[in-house]
Each structure stands twice: as C-alpha cells, then as structure tokens.
Design a protein around this ligand. Sequence first.
Ligand code: SAM
Length: 196
Amino acid sequence: MRKLIEKIEQYAKENNIPIMLPDGILFLTNYIKENNIKSILEIGTAIGYSSIRMALIDKDIHITTIERDEGRYKEALKNIKLFNLENQIDVIFEDAFNVELSDKYDLIFIDAAKSQSIKFFEKFKFNLNNNGTIVTDNINFHGLTKEKVIKNRNTRQLVRKIKEYVEFLENNQEFTTYFVEDGDGISISKRIKSVS
Ligand code: SAM
C-alpha cells in the first residue's frame, strides 16, 4: 500500500501535478479521523491522491470528487482502481461550477483553482451538513502570501485573490474559521450555530 502511494507522489512530482503536501494531508486525515467524518465532497481531484488518502482511513468513508481536466480525471480513475476504492470514491469529470449536487456532506474540501475559492465556497456551502466543515488548501500559496514583493504579475494577482479569500473567511458572518500552517496553509471553517 505504502509503495503504491509513493508511486502516485512520484508521478505527481515528475508531471508537475500539485497534490497536498505531506504535512497537509496528515492534518486533513487526522481531522477526518478525530471528527468521525464519513461523507466528503472534494473540489479538485487531480490524480486522486488526496481522495485515496482520505478513503483509506475507513471503509465507511465516501468521497465525491470533481475534476475538469480529462487527463488527470483518467489518471485518477486508474489510481482509484489500483487501490480497489471504486466503491468509496466517485469522480465527476466536469467543471465544478457546472455541477449541481443535492447531497449534503460532513466535509467539503476546496482544492481547485486558487483564484476561485470564494465562488466555490459560496456555491457548495449549501451542500454542507449542519455540523459540517469546509477545508481549503494552499492558504499560504508556497509562502508567497507572506512576501512583500512579488515580481510576476499573474502570481501577484493569484496571491491577491488568496488574500481576499482569507479576508472573506475572517469577516464571514455565517462561518467561523481558524487557520493552520500545516502543509501549504489550511483553513477550517464551521457554520456558526444560531443561538435560538
Ligand atoms: N486534491 C488533489 C490532491 O491533493 O491530490 C490536488 C488538486 S490540484 C491542487 C487542483 C485540481 O483542481 C487540478 O487538477 C485542476 O484541474 C482542478 N480544478 C481547478 N479548477 C476546477 C474547476 N473549476 N472544476 C473542477 N476541477 C478544477
């Protein structure tokens, strides 16, 4: 099992496919264990690495994951089959903005286009169970959100978007969020319960 996981990690490295960093996936899988999470919606499958790691925690965990890149989607299906996890992981090949889901999930993991996190959050929060959690990866964006000067224009814009997302979370009236530095920086948001 460990060898197969390492193979996916190696493939991702060689093909420049961004997958969760070791500390990030460790945080996420521990969070899932500690909170007894059973249903997960993931935005951004890539080649199935994080889905597989989450599904391997427990046979009762079910994951729906969305990927818009055909090559990565096919690679994800292949990897999921290698682990015999087809019963636990459903991969939807589609742009997440075109996907309408009626199910509710214990955890929603946003790990797709980093400039669109606010939109993903606003769209999929309706699919969250009452006591559910929205987790987002790459809050530090390789440490760049802490840099004062960023030369590349596109990177600068992307970092600005990520900072806007952090502000959106910090000022959110509906959700309360805390941040951890694990991996590439992760946010953990939970709905604020009404007092009535
Ligand atoms: N969660 C994966 C892991 O850790 O193994 C990594 C996901 S990777 C950081 C982000 C993926 O999101 C890319 O493969 C990209 O094609 C996909 N993506 C970006 N925007 C998307 C969208 N609007 N709908 C579906 N997939 C999207």
